[in-house]
Design a protein around this ligand. Structure first.
Ligand code: FAD
Length: 297
């Protein structure tokens, strides 16, 4: 049986796309492994009407609402392979089952790799953060830090300073004079020492431990993760992938169609910067574009 559309990824973008396709009376199969990128955070901020809600419960409600449409099927599995099959597409699940669809929407999100430092990984999404707009005002006027990873960390530190007194931890790396001037202009302190780890009570953060054993007091640390596409499906289909400012991005047009006709991409994998609101908006665009292609194609 050929479904009108398969959506790989039932996070914010995928469920938004599914909602619009379902409202257009299209049959939809959403394949999802239920590992949204923000699952480490207790609260999601900035999404209208859901500011401060648990991201997993936002998705749980969205899943329940999408499933009220009779044409939607939700499959909890990994999509492992995708190929062009005549005028449509075939997607293989982890159990070997193959599904066919006329259109394909990729919404499988990004996977983050964090620096390996004692005390860092377990605080991700709580007191180790990447975006001060998502998690910043909660730490207003407290001591904040940015861990240097690439020259972009300098810009990150200059922005984070808006929320509280900020230190850029260079972790033994060097910055140029222009960067030093920018940081000085924003009142950012620079700590050149190597970083040995983080410490604090449970998920709270009280200090960055430096290489010589000394402690630098801090309430939240901002880190840019290294992000990659969660799945190789776009490569398998031959979709073009470009280098974005925050990692790889599947190239799409204004309707969120990839360079492979009939394949759409939405959410973090096809844009920068990233947020729940933008992922939802892109999901709506991809869903309605695919729907129009079904109607007129
Ligand atoms: C720690 C942290 C905190 C954040 N806080 C906020 C915040 O407060 N506010 C905000 O607006 N944004 C926040 N973000 C950003 C937000 O998480 C993303 O912008 C958003 O999740 C992107 O939605 P998406 O649908 O593109 O991807 P995701 O939400 O990551 O969903 C992708 C889905 O695809 C599934 N999947 C992956 N591969 C496959 C496969 N092969 N087969 C089937 N399913 C698959 C995954 O399991 C997942 O369910 C935060 C991000 C992080 C890392």
């Amino acid at each position: 049986m050929t479904t009108d559309a398969i959506i790989v990824g039932g996070g914010f973008a995928g469920l938004a796309a599914a909602t619009y396709l379902a409202r257009g009376r299209a049959s939809v199969a959403v394949i999802d492994t239920r590992q949204p990128r923000n699952r480490f955070a207790d609260a999601s901020h900035g999404f209208l009407g859901q500011d401060g809600s648990d991201p997993l419960s936002i998705l749980q409600t969205a899943r329940q609402q999408v499933l009220r449409y009779p044409t939607v099927r939700m499959i909890e599995s990994e999509a492992q392979h995708a190929r062009i099959d005549g005028s449509g597409f075939a997607v293989t699940l982890a159990n070997g089952e193959e599904l066919a669809a006329r259109k394909l929407i990729l919404a499988f999100g990004l996977r983050d790799t964090l620096p390996v430092l004692p005390g860092l990984q377990e605080r991700w999404g709580k007191t180790v953060l990447h975006c001060p707009y998502c998690h910043g005002i909660e730490f207003s006027d407290r001591r904040l830090g940015v861990l240097y990873r690439t020259p972009v960390s300098v810009h990150q530190a200059a922005v984070v300073a808006q929320w509280g007194p900020t230190t850029l931890y260079l972790d033994g790396q060097a910055i140029d004079e222009e960067s030093a001037e920018l940081l000085a202009g924003r009142g950012v302190a620079v700590e050149p020492a190597k970083v040995a780890g983080l410490e604090g009570e449970r998920m709270a953060l009280s200090a960055v431990v430096l290489g010589d054993g000394s402690r630098s007091e801090i309430a939240a640390l901002y880190v840019a993760p290294e992000s990659c596409l969660s799945s190789p499906l776009a490569e398998q289909l031959g979709a073009e992938i470009e280098d974005g400012p925050m990692g790889p991005m599947i190239r799409t047009d204004a309707g969120r169609m990839t360079t492979v006709p009939g394949v759409y991409a939405a959410g973090d994998i096809a844009r920068a910067p990233h947020s729940v609101s933008w992922a939802v908006a892109d999901g709506v665009t991809a869903g309605t574009s695919a729907h129009r292609a079904l109607v007129f194609g």
